[in-house]
Design a protein around this ligand. Structure first.
Ligand code: SF4
Length: 460
């Protein structure tokens, strides 16, 4: 029992966090920056922070993550990192030749109070930023927020630094996809293309964090939203912001800056949320839903009804990012499952209200926790007191799964101990079928493993 010291008695805690259900802001900023074509993320802080952020992303996406760092030493920690960043900008453009450097701060540079605008202006005056190249930035102190809010801040920086409006509106929609897998971003583009809606999606890590093997090392893989597309987002008809926590800030900034109206939706995970997304695309893009999308929906309904006996009444514990958890809880409830424990380390009171809205009183026993003290320790205590049939969340749940012998579906970020999750979507109707496949398989695996010889069945 790896977690044998977890007590069943839940004590109120004000300061202590044990096994947090989140990670730090710069990881999100780095992931978002990788979704911009020929962009090199830059971590303004110590080498250790940058190494951790890169390794967290590499371990999840199984791809090399290129990023630079200001490499703070004792001196910069006391006197500030201005000279390090100015020197970094010069070196990065000379040696690595990106089109954009996307800087984010760290706990250290935030505590010192380094001013990105002033430092980047200084680098520009010194001639360190070549013609046609850009340095963008956002603040990501990790003693606040989580990796999701860091992601949100960098996506907003895309708008602040690139989006422009002209007198001519373009026949296109913006999609801000939120923090999802590269395969999910591909799925969103595919749904929009099937409906015949032109889109600009940002960020877009498809083709970057799931890049094909070409036999040649590509420092900047071919994917990512282009600067031209980002500039044109200011002339789009409207923006669909998917995932309120990760995408609302950028959508609002674009509305303020370029007068592009926006609608915020939950991530299209499961039947109801995908219906909302497809319907929003249909209305805003003024198109009809083609038969092939209706057929995909029908396939999902077929699995939901055919396999209902395995889903009905199952108690589920979920943890991870708010934008994933809300539509996931809704989907599970649509399946007649019971998401009874729902935990995110990302702060924000709206999370509980969003969950109440989608659960709509269907799971009155549901316990919801968010913020710093909403951790894996608390989740485990709840499970010890009243067990569940299924766990859905990132890799950090594997200790609970092992100790309590509970089927476990890995979902969200980070997944450190499995592979190919970045290549198969869980968004859209097809993604929902993939998710159901994973859930059914862990239930049936447990049944096979634990059934007696008499009850051991060859057929489902
Ligand atoms: S929490 Fe702060 S100090 Fe730690 S890795 Fe993240 S940015 Fe660096």
């Amino acid at each position: 029992m790896l977690l044998r010291h977890t007590p069943t008695e839940v004590a109120e805690r004000k300061a202590l966090t044990v096994n947090p259900a989140k990670t730090c802001q710069p990881i999100g900023a780095m992931y978002a920056a990788l979704g911009l074509s020929r962009c090199l993320p830059h971590s303004h802080g110590s080498q250790g922070c940058c190494a951790y952020h890169r390794s967290a992303l590499s371990r999840h996406y199984k791809e090399p993550v290129m990023a630079a760092t200001s490499s703070f030493t004792e001196g910069s920690s006391v006197f500030g990192g201005q000279s390090n960043l100015v020197a970094s900008i010069n070196t990065i453009f000379e040696v690595y030749n990106p089109d954009v450097i996307a800087c984010h701060s760290t706990c250290l540079s935030e505590t010192i109070g380094d001013d990105f605008k002033q430092i980047v202006d200084r680098a520009d005056k010194k001639g360190s930023i070549p013609e046609g190249k850009k340095v963008i930035y956002c603040n990501t102190p990790s003693y606040a927020g989580s990796h999701v809010t860091g992601f949100s801040s960098m996506v907003k920086a895309f708008v602040d630094f690139f989006s422009e409006s002209t007198a001519d509106k373009l026949n296109q929609l913006n999609i801000i996809p939120g923090w999802v897998e590269p395969a999910d971003m591909r799925e969103l583009k595919s749904i929009a293309a099937t409906l015949g809606v032109n889109i600009v999606m940002f960020p877009d890590t498809d083709g970057v964090m799931n890049a094909p093997q070409t036999g040649e090392h590509e420092f900047y893989p071919r994917g990512g939203v282009t600067q031209e597309a980002l500039v044109s987002s200011g002339d789009s008809i409207a923006t669909l912001a998917l995932g309120p926590t990760a995408s609302t800030a950028a959508a609002k900034a674009l509305d303020r800056k370029c007068d592009v109206p926006f609608e915020v939706l939950e991530l299209p995970i499961g039947l109801s949320a995908t219906d909302e997304f497809v319907n929003a695309l249909r209305k805003k893009g003024r198109v009809k839903v083609p038969q092939c999308i209706t057929d995909q929906r029908g396939e999902l309904l077929d699995v939901m009804t055919d396999m209902h006996q395995y889903f009905y009444g199952k108690r589920v514990a979920l943890w991870g990012d708010p934008d994933q958890l809300v539509p996931l809880a809704e989907f599970l409830t649509d399946l007649d499952m019971k998401p009874v424990y729902i935990v995110t380390g990302t702060p924000g009171k709206k999370f509980a209200k969003r969950l109440e809205d989608v659960l709509d009183g269907r799971v009155p026993e549901a316990k919801i926790a968010y913020g710093a003290q909403a951790d894996m320790f608390l989740m485990h205590q709840w499970i010890k007191n009243e067990p569940v049939d299924l766990l859905i969340g990132n890799t950090y749940g594997k200790y609970i799964a092992r100790d309590e012998n509970i089927p476990f579906v890995r979902h969200g970020f980070p997944i450190l101990d499995r592979t190919t999750h970045q290549r198969f979507p869980t968004l859209g109707y097809s993604g929902a079928i993939h998710l159901l496949d994973q859930i059914l398989n862990v239930f049936l695996d447990k049944k096979d493993r634990e059934s007696s010889e008499i009850d051991f069945e060859l057929v489902l």
